[in-house]
Write a protein that binds this ligand. Structure first.
Ligand code: DON
Length: 604
């Protein structure tokens, strides 16, 4: 790939334009299946030629270690949804960059994957241009200006469920402003062309099993709010597979966004609809909240791990800093020598994670509001100190592991990864927080609102819905962004070339999942499909236990870890939904969508 910096000030003939003929054809082609899987893939390597590691997964494990990744020469897109992936590929084929495709995919996911894709939520984007410029875009939701510290406590000071369900759980949405900021800096195709495919999808797309399953899974809570019920359970039923699912209100909202950019969401009719919706519950978002929302470009967290350079998200996500601390602690341990998923390896990873999460939970928060010792947390020196008391033969109980740093010195989220033919890479993780967020759909607007407020420490020292016990730093303040675990990540190899693009949903497990995909590839030489299909484990300091995916650990490994003093818990369901792209030394892209939720990777 010849690196090419995308056009920074795109020659847009287009802001505010209405003529969008090409994407109309584009979506028609998508819906007719033109340019689908088969034609999009030009395997440059024969099956079996993609290098993979000689590891075997436990017999009971459901995903194979010999799955072939998708391979491509020019560009590739991996998302959790086939239609969204096709939108991304089509934008690349039309000459758009990875950044253009990322914007179009974001809007498409808001339509076809409403449990996590969104207009009413927020997210993070990590990018690397073909000539090596990295950036991190924070479009996380903010607490409304009327929010206050104890807003989720009842008279007895006990936590209520208002941070998780309903109008009061909603943070000021960031996605539309985030996509606009991404387009202003890196877009090369007209904004309208990137929003248009999602309008066509909102006018109607064929229901796949995956979509029906997600609605079925949340049916009881979707029925709680009238507009949500009538939107997602038309005629009172889960949309049937093969039927066409239409979202006319959403199509109109997207049309306003297409024509007016962020003003089509944060001002005017859409803003009125959001504020009116707030009045139907106990919501706090005002016109001023919407008008004042900003997305922010931040300096990414960058660190090296065994010679590879990892670029990830700084606060208001905890992802990059926590990943850096884990990686630095574990760099002093020969994971490969211990053997993949040996008790020794899982033990030492757990001990590093325990310490890293203790620090995360204590000190990380929105740096626009509080001081965060980010430099120290991401330094090798600190990691060496922090990892010094790890015993190789026994677990350190979490109650003995306080935070080592001082201040002053859930599934539904979705991730996608894109690489284009110029070597530009984009990793985006975006969410409404819980599946279908607050479960509140804006009447007349057709889109769901997040329940991201629960990511604050609604009561410092008490667990949130992911069991994370967070501190004062992340207490609620007006206008503050709630701490996230989302970890969109781009990695370059020791030669400085683009190597790996990854990320996942999974609430508090996001960081350990991203970490495990990195280790699987860097330490164990796995193929991208092996690295993604491999079973995962997780530990987050509190609760003090290793959770593991059913079938993912053999009884012998569980026993050996228990003998070291660990408590293990077999978790229900699966962990994460990684979308990953690994670039081979000859430049071939290898892509793999996590089979856990059944996403789609395509290349061309
Ligand atoms: O930002 C965060 O860390 C959470 N709101 C992510 C939620 C999530 O991943 C739920 N899905 N699995």
């Amino acid at each position: 790939m010849t690196p090419r910096r995308p056009v920074l000030s795109p020659p847009l003939p287009s802001r505010g334009l209405r003529s969008v003929p090409r994407p109309i054809l584009l979506v028609a082609a998508l819906l007719l299946g033109v340019g689908g899987c088969q034609d999009a893939q030009l395997p440059p390597l024969a099956p079996g030629d993609v290098p993979r590691a000689a590891v075997s997964f436990p017999e009971e494990w459901r995903f194979p270690s010999d799955a072939e990744p998708v391979t491509a020469r020019n560009g590739g897109v991996s998302t959790t949804d086939a239609l969204a992936t096709q939108v991304g590929i089509q934008i690349l084929r039309e000459g758009g960059t990875a950044m253009d495709a990322a914007i179009a995919v974001s809007f498409a996911l808001a339509v076809v994957n409403p449990s996590a894709g969104n207009l009413g939520g927020g997210g993070f984007m990590v990018t690397r241009t073909g000539d090596g410029e990295t950036s991190a875009l924070d479009y996380r939701e903010k607490a409304p200006l009327a929010a206050y510290r104890d807003m989720y406590l009842d008279e007895e000071g006990e936590l209520t469920d208002a941070s998780v369900l309903g109008h009061r759980s909603v943070g000021v949405p960031g996605t539309v402003m985030g996509m606009w900021a991404a387009h202003e800096r890196y877009g090369t195709l007209p904004w309208e062309a990137l929003v248009q495919p999602s309008i066509h999808l909102a006018e109607g797309f064929p229901v796949a099993e995956r979509f029906a399953r997600s609605v079925r899974g949340s049916r009881a809570s979707l029925e709680l709010f009238e507009t949500t019920r009538t939107t997602f359970l038309p005629d009172g039923e889960v949309p049937a597979v093969g039927t066409t699912f239409r979202q006319p209100d959403l199509a109109r909202t997207l049309t306003r966004i297409r024509d007016r950019g962020p003003d089509g969401f944060y001002r005017g009719e859409t803003a009125d609809l959001i504020v009116e919706e707030m009045a139907r519950g106990d919501g706090l978002i005002t016109h001023r909240d919407l008008e004042e929302y900003t997305a922010v470009w931040r300096t990414p967290v960058t660190f090296t791990y065994r010679g590879y350079t990892v670029t990830s998200m700084p606060p208001s996500s905890s992802g990059g800093a926590t990943l850096a601390l884990m990686a630095h602690i574990l760099e002093d341990h020969d994971l490969a020598g211990m053997g993949w998923h040996s008790p020794e390896m899982i033990h030492v990873m757990t001990e590093a994670w325990r310490r890293a999460y203790a620090d995360r939970n204590q000190v990380l928060a929105d740096m626009d509001f509080v001081d965060v010792p980010l430099e120290r947390m991401t330094s090798r020196d600190y990691a060496r100190e922090r990892g010094a008391d790890i015993a190789l033969d026994r677990a350190t109980p979490s109650e003995e592991v306080g935070p080592g740093l001082e201040v002053g010195e859930g599934i539904n989220t979705t991730h996608y990864s894109i690489v284009d033919r110029w070597g530009n890479a984009v990793a985006v993780t975006t969410t409404l927080n819980s599946s279908f967020g607050s479960k509140v759909t804006v009447a007349g607007g057709g889109f769901l609102l997040n329940n991201e407020m629960d990511d604050f420490a609604a009561k410092p020292g008490f667990p949130n819905q992911f069991g994370l016990v967070q501190g004062e730093q992340n207490a609620i303040e007006p206008g503050k962004r709630m701490l996230s675990a989302m970890t969109p990540t781009v990695v370059t190899n020791p030669a400085g070339e683009l190597f790996f693009v990854t990320g996942t949903p999974g609430g508090s497990t996001i960081i350990t999942t991203v970490f495990q995909t990195l280790v699987n590839i860097i330490d164990f030489g796995m193929s991208v499909s092996q690295a993604v299909n491999a079973p995962r484990v997780h530990h987050q300091h509190l609760p003090d236990r290793i959770s593991w995916e059913s079938g993912g650990l053999s009884p012998e490994v569980v026993g050996a870890l228990e003998a070291r003093g660990h408590t293990l818990q077999e978790r229900g369901g699966t962990s994460g939904d990684v979308q990953a792209i690994l670039i081979l030394p000859d430049g071939t892209l290898t892509l793999h969508a996590d089979p856990r939720l059944g996403g789609t990777a395509l290349g061309y």
